[in-house]
Design a protein around this ligand. Structure first.
Ligand SMILES: C[S@@+](CC[C@H](N)C(=O)[O-])C[C@H]1O[C@@H](n2cnc3c(N)ncnc32)[C@H](O)[C@@H]1O
Length: 249
């Protein structure tokens, strides 16, 4: 399976009910207010924080590679009476009709791009879709290995129609040279005598600050700031979620 298709089928179904945490919309609202509109969220998924940003009247479009996540997005938008334009595209093959003052990812979605070549293609697309003077915001982190005691631990949720959803980590491999961690996840849906069980590899790929700087420079972008999620100076040890701001050179 292509990593861009990971959040489809049973994974998209389980994503909402088993989501442990939603991105705080504040840093992204503040970013858009500072840098201007229109804005674009890459990897908007089923709508956090894009729906809240639209509810506040901000002009933000979305892009996601999963038609199943976008279907859930549209359903939630209808329920909340919110209008939003979303595009079914991969961020590494962006081709949109507008140019944006602000392009961002909410949380570390950029680490779902499985290698430097795909990241480079995504950064090239970001560069091409920035309006003159526009800014991009890419949150990055280095994932920690899953603690051994959590391997095999099952998290469950129930759907309104009475199905039981389950997700667990089966195994994990980490490659420090390729900077990737591949977590084999097992997704299950049980409803009466009906069961669906699927195992999928979830890949995360990370960067040192220098490596990300170099990729950005290659496509005509420059890192203009690195902060924590709330715009404060990044911690000196470089840990946690870092917000990289990029502008065209
Ligand atoms: C962890 S979810 C985050 C969704 C949402 N922003 C949230 O916080 O709930 C990551 C999203 O990125 C999308 N995605 C993954 N790879 C992508 C790619 N190459 N291009 C566009 N979207 C991608 C997935 O389909 C998924 O909806």
């Amino acid at each position: 399976m292509d990593p861009a298709d990971f959040y489809t089928g049973i994974v998209a179904e389980i994503y909402g009910p088993l989501k442990s945490f939603s991105q705080d919309p504040e840093p992204y609202a503040a970013f858009i207010q500072q840098t201007g509109m229109p804005a674009l969220e890459l990897g908007c998924g089923d709508g956090d924080p894009l729906l809240e940003l639209r509810r506040r009247g901000l002009d933000v479009d979305g892009v996601d590679s999963s038609a199943d996540m976008l279907e859930r997005f549209r359903r939630r938008a209808d329920e909340q009476d919110i209008r939003a334009t979303v595009f079914h595209q991969r961020m590494e093959a962006l081709n949109l009709p507008r140019r944006y003052r602000a392009i961002f990812l909410a949380g570390p979605t950029f680490t779902l791009l499985p290698d430097d070549a795909t990241a480079l293609a995504a950064l090239r697309g970001i560069r091409a879709h920035l309006a003159e003077g526009g800014t991009a915001l890419v949150p990055l982190f280095t994932p920690a290995p899953t603690p051994t005691e959590q391997i095999g631990r099952v998290r469950t949720a129930a759907t309104p129609d009475g199905a039981e959803l389950r997700v667990s980590v089966v195994a994990e491999q980490r490659d420090e040279t390729a900077r990737t961690q591949t977590t084999l996840l097992r997704y299950e849906r049980h409803h009466g005598s009906d069961s669906t069980i699927e195992e999928r590899p979830w890949i995360m790929h990370w960067y040192t600050r220098d490596q990300f700087d170099k990729l950005a420079t290659t496509v005509g972008l420059a890192v203009t700031a690195v902060t924590d999620s709330y715009g404060k100076p990044a911690p000196a040890d470089g840990t946690g979620l870092l917000h990289f701001r990029l502008q065209a050179t």
